[in-house]
Design a protein around this ligand. Structure first.
Ligand code: NAD
Length: 309
């Protein structure tokens, strides 16, 4: 399959590298020139549980330099950059091109839908972790999975073909009619842990330093699950809290991406996570005070960083 990865940071490089290793034709599209140059010079250094190696069968360029229509475009920018990134590649998309978003948060279908017809869109989530260690170097340890679905039922076979290609790269993908449950449950997890860590500076494990940490996480999860249910999605609070407990037990030292963004003075994905939950809760007439408070606090932290830059 001819695959383009739009936004080849931590996740895009991981998926692109594994897909290229599995024999697909992959181009990484990004605006980070140092990262692109390092990949073109020496290949992508990929550190996973399978070992450390350089993947050289990868093309890498800026979006505006790409010239071939992909069969599949995987969007892996941060949510706040989706529109700008897709605008640069819209001219490349052929009538048969499928566009898959596995980004965190809500609103990704709407963002992609401004550039792509509904029947070409696949949506899902992934629990694979990845970190960018430096230009041309990505690390991912532990296991993960992908759950995806087409927006229209007629594209079930196309979605199955994409899952098959991802599975050839051992990405543990299933087409799942309940993908929205998985998406919302990950939103609940992120709305709780990411925003709490971003405003407190705590690593995941440090949220256990005082009982208030877990009490707040539980309250946010309950609010997001109630909001999901108002949108007709049967998310499960116990399932979300099991993921939170797993993160505390196995990734205690991890700084969630929102905390990393805050520490680096970058804008975060708060709008797509807590922001989108608050918007849906308002439409449904549900009170989500803890989620809303964390939204406001992260926005304040972001604004302070911009003022100081
Ligand atoms: P990242 O910041 O490492 O990568 C994003 C990349 O997009 C960067 O390389 C950036 O240069 C690029 N980009 C920005 N604007 C662009 C544009 N206009 N055109 C092309 N490229 C552009 O982020 P990430 O950690 O890989 O996360 C990507 C998405 O996946 C996010 O929505 C995140 O929440 C989600 N996610 C991340 C993880 C993880 O462990 N890192 C796990 C699951 C889901």
């Amino acid at each position: 399959m001819n695959i383009a990865i739009l936004g080849a940071g931590a996740m895009g490089s991981l998926f692109g590298g594994l897909l290229a290793e599995a024999g697909q034709r992959v181009v990484l599209l990004d605006i980070d020139d140092a990262h692109l140059a390092a990949i073109r010079d020496a290949g992508l250094r990929l550190d996973t549980d399978a070992g450390s190696r350089h993947v050289s069968r990868l093309a890498a360029c800026r979006p505006e330099q790409a010239s071939e229509a992909p069969d599949l475009l995987i969007v892996f920018t941060k949510t706040l950059h989706t529109g700008q990134a897709l605008a640069a590649v819209e001219r490349l998309l052929a009538p048969h091109t499928l566009v898959l978003t596995l980004q965190n948060g809500l609103g990704n279908v709407e963002a992609v839908g401004r550039h792509v017809r509904q029947e070409r869109i696949l949506v899902g989530m992934t629990t694979w972790p990845a970190d960018l260690c430096g230009p041309g170097h990505v690390r991912s340890h532990g296991q993960g999975l992908v759950r995806l679905m087409p927006l229209v039922i007629q594209q079930q076979q196309a979605a199955a073909r994409v899952a098959e290609v991802l599975n050839l790269a051992a990405l543990q993908c299933e087409v799942d009619a309940q993908a929205w449950v998985a998406i919302w449950e990950k939103v609940a997890f992120n709305a709780a842990l990411n925003s709490l860590c971003a405003v407190t500076g705590c690593t995941v494990g440090q949220l256990n330093a005082a009982p208030e940490g877990m009490a707040l996480a539980r309250a946010v999860v309950a609010e997001v699950v109630a909001t999901a249910r108002s949108a007709g999605v049967a998310a499960d609070a116990a399932h979300c809290m099991a993921s939170v407990a797993h993160a505390l037990a196995h990734h205690a030292g991890h700084k969630p991406s929102m905390l990393q963004d805050v520490l680096a003075g970058r804008r975060t994905e708060i709008a797509a996570i807590n922001g989108a939950v608050v918007a849906q809760a308002r439409r449904a007439g549900i009170a989500v005070p803890n989620t809303e408070m964390l939204l406001g606090l992260v926005r304040l932290v972001e604004a302070r960083a911009v003022e100081h830059s």
